[in-house]
Write a protein of this length. Structure first.
Length: 255
């Protein structure tokens, strides 16, 4: 599979569109779509990155860097998703309500005749709640259209020189809070603060969950020494942000 295959799919679907929006998260999937769309459509295509309470600044920064690398025009989109009951309540359909709000605002900002592209690939679970919103808004998923799985996405991204081709997959901050526990700005900021602590130490992939009392830090075995060496410093951080305790838990492999 080559970049040209994706370019051709985008050209067929979007060739006559006035405006095409790539929902650029900063991950490898949406970055590959952005690169292909920019090649296929040039000035009729822009990348848009959501900045919400659920978005780590690290991801937003990566999206900005990827847009600059690709050369595509890039716009931030501020979305206050905690104002939405279906998101704040943090039930099983949270992602659906969040995606709907994002796509609603994209259409409002760029016109109801724009075409939105996303980075859904063939490995993504079709039962994911967010994909229901993708279907409802007619979002086009070029990687899914041409049948690319994650491994092929990474290989293609590497082949065209995208610097994030092997970046670990990320998910929004809300996934660190157990379903049914109300999402709050404070709780989400705690997650980002704790994960940023380890990112700065060179831990590229981890998850820090918390329930407002205890944090659970889940990491790959290759980072065990970093965790041990920084145990006391992290304990001080936990106290500072108002949690009572924490545990470290090793992944046997990346989930």
């Amino acid at each position: 599979m080559t970049l040209q295959t994706i370019i051709d799919a985008i050209s067929v679907r979007c060739g006559e569109a006035r405006m095409v929006i790539v929902a650029l998260s900063g991950g490898v999937d949406s970055s590959l779509v952005a690169a292909a769309a920019h090649e296929a459509l040039a000035g009729r295509c822009i990348a848009v990155t959501v900045r919400s309470e659920l978005t780590p600044m690290r991801d937003f920064t990566r999206a900005v860097e990827m847009a600059e690398h690709i050369g595509i025009e890039h716009h931030p989109l501020i979305v206050k998703v905690l104002d939405i009951d279906g998101v704040q309540g943090n039930q099983g359909d949270r992602c659906y309500h969040c995606k709907r709000a994002i796509f609603d605002l994209m259409v409002l900002e760029y016109g109801d005749d724009c075409i939105i592209l996303d980075g859904t690939n063939s490995d993504d679970d079709p039962a994911r709640p967010g994909l229901r919103a993708v279907r409802e808004f007619g979002v086009f998923s070029p990687l899914l259209e041409v049948g690319l799985v994650k491994k092929q996405v990474r290989e293609t991204a590497k082949g065209i020189g995208l610097p994030n081709w092997n970046t670990p997959s990320e998910s929004c901050l809300a996934t660190r809070i157990s379903k049914g526990n109300t999402l709050t700005k404070e709780g989400l900021e705690r997650v980002e603060t704790m994960e940023t602590f380890f990112h700065k130490l060179g831990v590229d992939s981890l998850r820090v969950y918390h329930d407002n009392l205890m944090a659970t830090v889940v990491y790959l075995s290759q980072y065990a020494d970093i965790m041990d060496e920084n145990h006391d410093s992290f304990a001080a951080l936990i106290k500072k942000i108002g949690l009572r305790s924490f545990i470290f838990k090793e992944w046997s492999s990346e989930s």
